[in-house]
Design a protein. Sequence first.
Length: 79
Amino acid sequence: MEIQALQSRVEELDASHRENERIAADLDEILAAAARMKHLAVAFDDKIVRQMIACVKVISGEKLLVIFKSGLEREVGII
């Protein structure tokens, strides 16, 4: 039973590692896209936002949770 429990734990860790690698690759893609857009005029572009962000949730009157399509989540303060 101990061997099975350890094998199960190894499988869980492998799955977690693969998910982390996928998220890191998605983040690299987002950062590369942002770097390519650096030379463009700074203005809100609804099309770009819709390509990168899945949704935005209000946490409180001072915080938002931005969820990217890659699955990455980022809590941001409202200025």
